[in-house]
Design a protein around this ligand. Structure first.
Ligand code: SF4
Ligand code: FES
Length: 246
C-alpha cells in the first residue's frame, strides 16, 4: 500500500447515517433520525453506531456482542440489505447510510427486535444430536469419516443471526413458517451420520409451516453473512423429506 493509499484509508471523513428509531414508551410509529459521525473508511458500521450511542445519543438501542462476525447479534438492514453491522465497512456503503431493524419480527426498541418467534422455529426442529435410546451408550466418542463430516459442513457455520429468515418474504407474511435458519440447523443434524433423529425432524419439516413453504426466492442465500448455501440446504431437506434420502 502506498503512503497515499494509507492516508486515504486512515483519514477520518464525515459519515452520514439515517437510523430508524422507535421508542415504545414515546412513539406511535418509527421514524428516521439523521446523524453525522467522524470515522475512517476502514471502520465498520458498528463503530459508527457506537459513536452515535456513546457520544451523541445514549438512548439508541442496538444489540452487539463480539464485534467480529461470530455471535450473530447485530444483524440489521443496512442500505436495504440484511448484514452484520460489525462486518460492513464504511468505505463500502453509499451515504447517507440507512440503518433499520431486521424485518418480520416485532421491534422492541430502535434496532432491537423480539427474537422469540425466530428461536421458536429453531427449537421446533430439535437442533441437537438425537441418539437411539436402544443403542448401547458408547464408551468413547462417536467416530465419523471425513466424508461423512463433509456432508453437512456448510450448515455447521450458522451463527443464528436471523439475517436469512428475516430476508424471506414468506416469513414476513407468515411468522409461523419455521424459516430458513431453522431448516439450515435441521440440515446440520439430518445429514450427520451419528444422528438418529432425521426422520422425526423431516416429519416436522413436512408439516404446513415447514420446508415446503419455501418458494426458492434465494434472499436467504444472498443475506447470509457466513456464506452458507441456505437455499441449497433447504432443497436438500425437501428432497430428503420426499425421497427419505439421508
Ligand atoms: S444461515 Fe446464515 S443468515 Fe441464516 S441464521 Fe445462519 S448465519 Fe445467519
Ligand atoms: S457483534 Fe457479534 S456478529 Fe456482529
Amino acid at each position: 500500500m502506498t503512503g497515499e493509499d494509507m492516508e486515504l484509508t486512515t483519514r477520518e471523513i464525515d459519515v452520514r447515517l439515517r437510523v430508524l428509531r422507535f421508542d415504545p414508551e414515546k412513539d406511535t410509529e418509527a421514524h428516521f433520525e439523521d446523524y453525522t459521525v467522524r470515522a475512517q473508511p476502514m471502520e465498520r458500521l458498528l463503530d459508527c453506531l457506537h459513536k452515535i450511542k456513546w457520544y451523541a445519543d445514549t438512548s439508541l438501542a442496538l444489540r452487539r456482542s463480539c464485534a467480529h462476525g461470530i455471535c450473530g447479534s447485530d444483524a440489521m438492514v443496512i442500505n436495504g440489505e440484511n448484514a452484520l453491522a460489525c462486518k460492513v465497512l464504511v468505505k463500502d456503503l453509499k451515504q447517507p447510510i440507512t440503518v433499520e431493524p431486521i424485518r418480520g419480527l416485532p421491534v422492541m426498541k430502535d434496532l432491537i427486535v423480539d427474537m422469540d418467534p425466530f428461536f421458536q422455529g429453531y427449537l421446533a426442529v430439535k437442533p441437537w444430536l438425537i441418539t437411539d435410546p436402544k443403542e448401547r451408550e458408547p464408551d468413547r466418542e462417536r467416530l465419523q469419516s471425513q466424508t461423512d463430516r463433509a456432508r453437512y459442513d456448510d450448515t455447521t457455520k450458522c451463527i443464528l443471526c436471523a439475517a436469512c429468515t428475516t430476508s424471506c418474504p414468506i416469513f414476513w407474511a407468515d411468522e409461523e413458517y419455521v424459516g430458513p435458519a431453522a431448516i439450515v440447523n435441521a440440515h446440520r443434524f439430518i445429514f450427520d451420520s451419528r444422528d438418529r433423529g432425521g426422520r422425526e425432524r423431516l416429519e416436522i419439516l413436512s408439516q404446513k409451516d415447514g420446508a415446503f413453504k419455501c418458494r426458492t426466492a434465494f434472499n436467504c442465500t444472498y443475506a447470509c453473512p457466513r456464506g452458507i448455501k441456505v437455499t441449497k440446504a433447504i432443497q436438500e431437506v425437501k428432497q430428503a423429506a420426499l425421497f427419505k434420502s439421508f
